[in-house]
Write a protein that binds this ligand. Sequence first.
Ligand code: FAD
Length: 442
Amino acid sequence: MVEEVSVSLFWFRRDLRLEDNRGLEAALRGPHPVIPIFIFDRNILDKLEDRRDRRVTFIHRTLSGLKEKLRSWGSDLWVFEGTPIEVFGRLSAAAPERVRVRAVYTNRDYEPYAVRRDAGVAELLTASGATFESFKDQCVFERNQILNQSGSPYTVFTPYKRKWLASLTEADLALCAVQPLRHRFHRVTTSPPLPSLADLGFEASESSFPGTALHRDTLRRYGEERDFPARDITSRLGLHLRFGTLSVRDVARQARDIDPVFLSQIVWRDFFMQILHHFPHVVKGAFRRDYDRIPWRRDEKAFARWCAGNTGVPIVDAGMRELDRTGYMHNRVRMIVASFLCKHLLIDWRWGERHFAQRLLDYDLAANNGNWQWAAGCGCDAAPYFRVFNPWLQAKKFDPDGTYVRRWVPELGSGDYPAPMVDHKLARQRAISVYKAALDGS
Ligand code: FAD
């Protein structure tokens, strides 16, 4: 009779890399040999509207690379499809190769769905005599690590950032090495194939994806030039930070040594993650609850024109088309299109948030929600509602020679381009009076 072997599983989620992966390192240092796994979570896949979703292609490609690397180390990556509860239920009852799962290691995810999912998985594992161990990996500071003097979470960015910077030690950015521990992987002999995209109900997208390198020259110009979309000066690392194909500690270390403005962006990322953790009501409603009284216009036609990049406002259309074609939009332009939707069109920020969630390669609930609420004026640390971006002035300032706009709206000036769907002055006045009336409670 073959003996059962006790193992730990390492469950990859938003940390699709081997190097400097804290949960994986902890698993390898633990008492049992480790088998890495990934689950294509049906609860998430079923919410995606586009069968050619670029992110699924990206994850699939990344898993294929991980599997290959792990196999070269004598290990493998077991990939499952289903809901995590189903998969762990199956593994607890009868794992392949007569292994007995004693522990599951993973890195923490702070989104409400993930928190519920992990609580369910932990309960199931406990019932079967296994443990669930989770680690901080996705951000530099998490949950309650940065609090104000009275022990409450910060809701304004600048003091949060001050405390974040003052709290930062070498240990927070220390990188851990996994490769020297590679003998701690369990030597698996069964290698279930990676399900194909078609098996999962998807097709490959044509996208090429940005690389993981952070270029020093680019970083040096970041503070001065990051607001100009035509210059392509930003890092494009959002996707890699989202799926953990890069370690945030590695990025933060490099940023700290070269550019404080870039480091601030990493702090913004942590800031919104802790906002989501402490104030989960933001997923459904305004951070400042008064703003839930705003009577948004339910204008499906106007929304469709915004989504299609057909508003007649060139910088808005350029941004929306860039998003549609590439899954990316420059930050300054995200701010302009978001403000245009909420203020000029008076359409609910949640509609825009959902559209971005379906399209953005770097979509992240905390960052997307925080930034949308900021643009709508209802978020923490948002500008006062009566400050309404003028998209024409924004374009003049940040795309002065129109290079960015022409890239995405080549028909501009040809007679085929529509007239602006709203007049800036009128739309601005309407936004201010509607917001004011709602907030005054009148
Ligand atoms: P860089 O400028 O090179 O910044 C480096 C990294 O810092 C980014 O990759 C990101 O991880 C982080 N970062 C930068 N700015 C912000 C910010 N304002 N808030 C939080 N993190 C930040 N960012 C997302 O990662 N996911 C989203 O879903 C998302 N939705 C947004 C929606 C709106 C309406 C707006 C205005 C901004 C949104 N952002 C979001 C923030 C920002 O636009 C992107 O992080 C950035 O454009 C990504 O490009 P980059 O990697 O070249 O950024």
